[in-house]
Write a protein that binds this ligand. Structure first.
Ligand SMILES: [Zn+2]
Length: 108
């Protein structure tokens, strides 16, 4: 299990021990018994304290117990893969509304 993102893998979500507090981007006061998911793709930053991030990101972070966190981590990775596939499937369709609206703008 990856605990901290390695260089070159910065976009990959990580599951880490939840710091008691993050001050100036650094964990402070040790760690809680809980785990949290940090997903940069979703806009999260490991240097932000849990209390300073929006509710959407707090929901992703958890915190979780280890087994739940590992399962949530896997689910989150799968969710991103599905988003990528959905985006790839939708890509050709993006041009459609433009073509249709052009057709609709023709004079009657
Ligand atoms: Zn994410």
């Amino acid at each position: 299990m990856r605990a901290i993102s390695a260089p070159g893998q910065d976009r990959t979500p990580v599951l880490r021990r939840q710091p008691a507090r993050v001050v100036n981007g650094e964990p402070e006061g040790g760690y809680t018994d809980a785990y949290e998911i940090i997903c940069r793709d979703c806009g999260d930053d490991p240097g932000d304290d849990y209390r300073d991030i929006p509710p959407r990101l707090q929901h992703i972070r958890g915190p979780y117990w280890l087994t739940t966190g590992a399962a949530q981590y896997e689910a989150h990775l799968e969710w991103h893969e599905e988003q990528q596939l959905a985006k790839a499937r939708l890509a050709p369709a993006v041009a459609m509304p433009t073509a249709r609206s052009a057709a609709l703008s023709l004079p009657c």
